[in-house]
Design a protein around this ligand. Structure first.
Ligand code: SF4
Length: 776
């Protein structure tokens, strides 16, 4: 119980009238109650406001009026004076609240008119716009950002399944009517249900809208609220909110702040308000004097769009800052209103200029009828990413989601922390460049990540009697050594596993790894590349590169073309021939190109692969069917330049490392990147990095294809230009060769000046992100 309040001189407060109100008094109201302990008389705002005269004298004017506002009040309030306009009570009395009033200020769009005509019946959040804020609205453009924030549209009537009346579960954390107590050391003091402007996305529309007695909060609850805070010594920070507390009269605010200041364990007081944006005239010198008495007092101001930073708002914020009151801002991310980097950057820059520190950027809560305002979380992350590193840290707020059901504010950040590897913390900067930071941790935590390496070694299979062509895709020992050395250099503990047979044996004996770096191509079956990842999946062991599903799909050159064609990626017209009879069904334009449907390393691609007539087609396809015992892909020949695009990363973070153009030497099999040419690539092929427009377009399409398929970590996509110069997808290599000297991806990196270890690091960085929860 507070004893000091009994000493407050509250007798003065009750007799609020226009004559003695001065600039700092509240709008007139009907006195409805008297707090028993303190004798505080409680006015109610809503009653009879609109019937009051609109011209009210004001002893203390001097608030600036911008030209825009001046023109507006001359036009729409011809009987009023500058003094009236600069008086916050006059502004409150002349709020725009009906369709009829609104129509005199703006030309309503169909969607605005539709809801406004229905509104009365449906009882949604009422309209309230101060004349000052109305002067900032575009008279004709219904899509103007700030106009959308205060004038409803028909979409407001759409209530989605996820939305609710009280999405944050505030009503379940109200120990007394006027207090929300969710965090242990902080409490929200609901001082009033009144707001000067009703924002269409308001989380507390249940409190500030057409509310029941139960939902309404105000003076009648103050004593209980103060008693509650007094009794809860763990509360060190109180946020006075509502509604908008700065719509209270000076004396009421003074009384409340004084009462709260008397609570010994209360360390700071904050006030949440949108007043400087919608009714800056409220920041009177008298109000400042009151606020200055109570320290430390912080103001959390609500801003939505840079259009709100006017001459008047600047004056209000500068007055508050000059009075020594720390100012922070809160902004709700709203679709079509402020959901872009340039708008947010401008808003935050403008706020800093008036000494308001951007504090929170809120994801729009799941309040009923707000789906038309809600962006994806990715949009919020995109905005934060577009700010971090691109402007000063002071201009970047915390992007938070207020967890549904009362979980509190959860900060959402783009992924700058990738993970830990022993004593190195892997970090990503604003340009997506990866850095490691030395951060020694306790012995147990500094345990290195154990990485197994799976591979098919040529030598092992040669000793079993397989031909060179059978094992063309398999690796030389130098590849395994290069990968292992790089992993060690990057700080990983390595363990050579070898092929799938060794893996089965080791798993059977209970061996485990944190991650397996898998380059095993497999020997049998069309899904051979997916066998090791599938086996590891079964044991819950993550592996590098794409999932087994994507390996299988990519291995089938026909199926993958079907999927990408469906996703709108250009690829040459094709036919998958299953048997000799099927050759007759090919209906493609010559010249054609034929290859086995599921081989790698250009196996089955020879000088005869390019087919000019029906007769050769029959023979070539028949030979391939017999030799490779699998279907044959026949596609229209692409006569243009051939590129291979190196890619690292997963999903939205996938990026092209470069574009390698393949040139066939004069003494090589012409026009085709054949098996023979590949095997003797040093004489037959030469490569150049291409950066021209065709190469860039090819890279763009390759990245689209990579993302469309859901490929991960690293690999290559081959593209070729058609006769019109359009890049066409040829094939994707989800297990690209990693021989440091001979394989296309390391060759590309070499040409791009990317060291081999850096390539392995980028692949690992992408894979390790999937482990982060486990590592922590
Ligand atoms: S100022 Fe805040 S409480 Fe008032 S209507 Fe707007 S969002 Fe709601």
């Amino acid at each position: 119980m507070i004893t000091k309040n009994n000493n407050l001189n509250l007798v003065d407060i009750g007799s609020i009238s226009e004559e003695n109100s001065d600039e700092g008094e509240p709008p007139l109201g009907t006195i409805i109650a008297i707090l028993p302990k303190h004798g505080l008389r409680l006015p109610i705002y809503e009653k009879n406001l609109m019937s009051l005269p609109s011209v009210i004298p004001n002893k203390n004017h001097g608030f600036p009026i911008s030209n825009k506002s001046a023109k507006f009040y001359h036009k729409h309030f011809p009987g009023s004076t500058k003094i009236n306009w600069g008086n916050w009570k006059w502004q409150l009395r002349n709020r725009i609240r009906t369709l009829k009033q609104l129509e005199t200020f703006v030309t309503l769009s169909n969607t605005e008119r539709e809801i406004l005509e229905k509104r009365g019946k449906l009882g949604k959040l009422p309209i309230s716009i101060t004349p000052y804020y109305a002067s900032l609205l575009d008279e004709r453009n219904g899509k103007q950002s700030i106009r959308r924030s205060v004038i409803p549209v028909i979409d407001e009537l759409k209530i989605t399944q996820e939305e609710s009346f009280d999405p944050l579960g505030e009503d379940t954390t109200r120990p007394v009517n006027g207090i929300i107590h969710r965090y242990p050391d902080r409490a929200l003091f609901l001082a009033t249900s009144f707001c000067s402007v009703n924002c269409r996305y308001c989380t507390r529309s249940r409190v500030v809208g057409h509310v029941t007695k139960k939902q309404k909060t105000g003076f009648a609850d103050w004593q209980d609220s103060i008693d509650y805070i007094q009794a809860h010594t763990e509360i060190r920070d109180v946020i006075i909110s509502g509604g908008d507390p700065l719509t209270l009269s000076d004396k009421q605010l003074d009384w409340l702040l004084s009462g709260l200041s008397e609570i010994k364990h209360l360390e700071i007081i904050r006030i949440g308000s949108k007043i400087p944006a919608v009714l800056p005239q409220r920041i009177t010198k008298k109000l400042l004097k009151i606020l200055q008495k109570y320290k430390p007092l912080y103001l959390s101001l609500h801003f939505t769009h840079p259009d709100e930073i006017t001459e008047e708002t600047r004056e209000a914020c500068n007055r508050l800052a000059d009075a020594g009151i720390p100012l922070g801002s809160q902004t709700v991310l709203l679709k079509g209103i402020n959901d872009s980097v340039p708008i947010m950057k401008k808003l935050f820059h403008e706020l800093l200029k008036i000494r308001v520190r951007p504090y929170y950027l809120y994801q729009c809560d799941l309040i009923e009828g707000s789906s038309h305002f809600r962006t994806s979380v990715e949009k919020g992350l995109e905005i934060i990413k577009g700010l971090r590193g691109h402007t000063s840290g002071y201009a970047i707020p915390h992007y938070v989601i207020d967890a549904p059901g009362g979980g509190g504010k959860i900060p959402i950040l783009p992924e700058y922390y990738i993970g830990r590897n022993g004593n190195q913390v892997m970090l990503k900067n604003y340009q997506d460049k990866i850095y490691s930071y030395y951060d020694p941790v306790s012995e147990q935590k500094s345990k290195k990540l154990k990485v197994g390496i799976c591979y098919d070694l040529k030598e092992d299979y040669k000793n079993m009697g397989y031909s060179n062509e059978d094992i063309a895709e398999f690796d030389k020992i130098e590849t395994i050594e290069a990968i292992e050395n790089s992993l060690k250099e990057l700080g990983y503990e390595t363990d050579r596993i070898g092929n799938i047979h060794n893996l089965v044996h080791l798993l059977h004996n209970g061996k485990k790894w944190d991650l397996v770096f898998n380059i095993a191509e497999g020997l049998h079956g069309i899904s051979r590349e997916s066998q090791v990842p599938s086996l590891l999946d079964a044991y819950g062991i993550p592996s590098t590169f794409s999932s087994s599903t994507i390996h299988s799909l990519s291995q089938h050159k026909g199926l993958v073309k079907h999927v990408l064609k469906d996703k709108g990626i250009p690829t040459a017209a094709f036919h998958v021939v299953e048997n000799v009879e099927d050759i007759e069904n090919i209906n493609l334009e010559f010249p054609l190109f034929a290859k086995p449907v599921a081989e790698g390393s250009s196996k089955g691609v020879t000088a005869t692969s390019k087919i000019k007539d029906k007769e050769t087609l029959h023979q070539t396809v028949k030979d391939l069917l017999v030799k490779f015992q699998q279907a044959v892909l026949v596609e229209e020949f692409l006569p243009g330049r051939e590129f291979t695009i190196g890619i690292v990363g997963t999903g939205s973070e996938a990026k092209a490392l470069g574009v390698l153009e393949v040139f066939i030497s004069k003494n090589a099999e012409q026009e085709i990147y054949s098996y023979a040419n590949k095997q003797n690539y040093e004489e037959m092929i030469h490569y150049t990095i291409a950066t021209d427009i065709e190469a860039q377009k090819s890279a763009d399409i390759a990245i689209k294809a990579w993302k469309a398929l859901g490929c991960r970590d690293g690999g290559r996509i081959d593209m070729r230009l058609d006769k019109n110069g359009v890049p066409n997808f040829i094939e994707v290599n989800t297990l690209a060769g990693l021989n440091p000297n001979d394989s296309d991806l390391p060759i590309l990196c070499r040409h791009m000046g990317i060291p081999y270890t850096k390539l392995i690091q980028m692949i690992m960085d992408s894979a390790v992100k999937r482990l982060t929860p486990v590592m922590q």
